[in-house]
Design a binder for this molecule. Structure first.
Ligand SMILES: NC(=O)c1ccc[n+]([C@@H]2O[C@H](COP(=O)([O-])OP(=O)(O)OC[C@H]3O[C@@H](n4cnc5c(N)ncnc54)[C@H](O)[C@@H]3O)[C@@H](O)[C@H]2O)c1
Length: 248
């Protein structure tokens, strides 16, 4: 049976890799991104190489935009029963310097976004009695990270939301899991590295990991695809680190 998946932040990095991976697994994929051009490019690449996709431009912190995007996806491919809550924004700022606007933006996109998108898609999963929700968190929420209090707080919220939602939705045939990436080579990580935001070169940081390299987007996509698969139906409320062993 062909499933319909929605991947937020599908226009770049892990979202792009996950969109392509799910399409290769036979799903029709809604590639949602605030950057409409990137979403179009990824959907076109999938249509050429992997399968079916639809580009959707939307800001996940806007319920109106998300509802319009999900309505388009349903109309094109049918009910949406796989959701990858991947889109997020980063910020680096000393705690005392975080203003309320910055705090609200981090929490608004990274935590309220998954809440809005999940509420919008959930009726399809409830009607099907089947669903897969994967929330992308961050190892920074597990280990702590200096100058990232707002970001890590939002991702800690994503981890807690995952567990509570899993308990609520398990009896309805819907699994909810979280993938927690470590250092992954994506545009987000590159912005931080090139902006000199780490105290030592990133190669030095990852050298101490059991697997001493940066992760790649496909490493995370593989974990998301597993949680999204038919076979993962008895696995819920889990947090899977894709971090080279950097955190448990
Ligand atoms: N890269 C890392 O090292 C790392 C580490 C831990 C966790 N993460 C998490 O992994 C996920 C993917 O990160 P990435 O590195 O691929 O990021 P990225 O910045 O490379 O890509 C994120 C995508 O999300 C989109 N996006 C941003 N805000 C949006 C919004 N409001 N609405 C819709 N789309 C929006 C962007 O346009 C972009 O295409 C994020 O949740 C991130 O917090 C990343």
């Amino acid at each position: 049976m062909r499933r319909v998946a929605l991947v937020t932040g599908g226009g770049a990095g892990m979202g792009e890799a996950t969109s392509r991976r799910l399409a290769r697994a036979g799903m029709a994929v809604g590639v949602l991104d605030i950057n409409g051009e990137n979403a179009e490019a990824v959907a076109a690449a999938i249509a050429t190489a992997e399968g079916e996709a639809l580009a959707l431009r939307a800001d996940i912190s806007s319920r109106t935009q998300v509802e319009a995007a999900v309505t388009r996806l349903r109309a094109q491919f049918g009910p949406v029963t796989v959701l990858i809550n991947n889109a997020a924004v980063e910020s680096f700022c000393a705690f005392q310097a975080i203003d309320e606007e910055g705090w609200d933006r981090q929490l608004g996109v990274n935590l309220k976004g998954p809440y809005i998108v999940t509420q919008t898609v959930l009726p399809d999963m409830l009607a099907a009695g089947w669903g897969r929700i994967v929330n992308v968190s961050s190892f920074g929420a597990q280990t702590g990270a200096p100058n990232m209090v707002a970001y890590t707080a939002s991702k800690g919220g994503v981890i807690a939301m995952t567990r509570s939602l899993a308990i609520e939705l398990g009896p309805k045939g819907i699994t909810v899991n979280s993938v927690s990436p470590g250092f992954i080579d994506t545009p987000m990580a590159r912005r931080a590295i090139e902006g000199g935001l780490f105290p030592v070169p990133v190669e030095q940081i990852v050298a101490s990991y059991p697997i001493p390299r940066l992760g790649c987007a496909e490493d995370v996509a593989a974990a998301c695809a597993f949680f999204a698969s038919e076979e993962a139906g008895y696995i819920t409320a889990q947090l899977l680190g894709v971090n080279g062993g950097a955190a448990v």
